[in-house]
Design a protein. Sequence first.
Length: 306
Amino acid sequence: MTAKMDSIDAAPDAGNRVGRWAFAALLGGNIALSLGAMLVRMAEADGVGPTASAFWRMTLALPLLLIFAWRETGGRMPPRPALLIAAAAGIFFALDLAAWHLGILQTKVANATLFGNCASLLLVLWTIFLTREMPRGWQAAAILLAFAGSALLMGQSYELSPDYLVGDLLSLLAGVLYTVYVILMQRVRDTLAPWSALAIASAVCVPILLGTALALGETVMPHNWTPLILLALVSQVIGQGLMIWSLPRFSPLVIGLTLLIQPAFAALTGWIGFGETLSAIDIFGGMMVGAALVLIRLPNRAARPI
């Protein structure tokens, strides 16, 4: 915990192939997760409620996750403390999804994206708290580039208004809840293999999200299963699977900065799938986020993460 900041934010022995694949998995997981907003929109266009789409994301992915978990453990039950931590992570993840999807309905998409991604900043602050060290050098430059790029991406369409207060607060709450989820999952990965941890958390999410959708009077049964199946496979199995696998190999600082790739790719999918305009400022902001991800890999990459 007393190690310097430049000795905790890279893969353990990033000069080897495992370190490179771990960072690629972290990036790939976030890119897959960034497609979730587009798939939720597609599901909503077919009449499925926002929280109900999150319920189907978990429910449809769960059989695959359980099979993968069974194969990696041989059917052995996880230790009780690890089981409880993974279950707690699932509770926070379910509440995060519910708050995020409800927030989107009551504020602008840019506002929801901005406040929902407060997890990036909170994870950076968590790293500073753990290490008692301020970022410096390439790390400080990477943090400034990442957040400045994100501000450019979302700043043009963000609007502060009393009309959006409830939605903004729900999105901010979602970001806080997701931060706790990531911290708990990173902790439990010291004990549990990735598919086991993800399967337990996902299983806990199912009843919470179903109960929330029914309480809100949402339409749960879909007419078109395609967007929901894609949401389960892309966001939960691939996106969360890659991210959870890579969590023990990086500090919260790196994990937080890579989360910022999600709004950048969400803007790109909005342009491709929905004809949303990308200005020169948007493109430049995305390039700044990309540059930050390169810079964060430059310091001492041979040391172990937290």
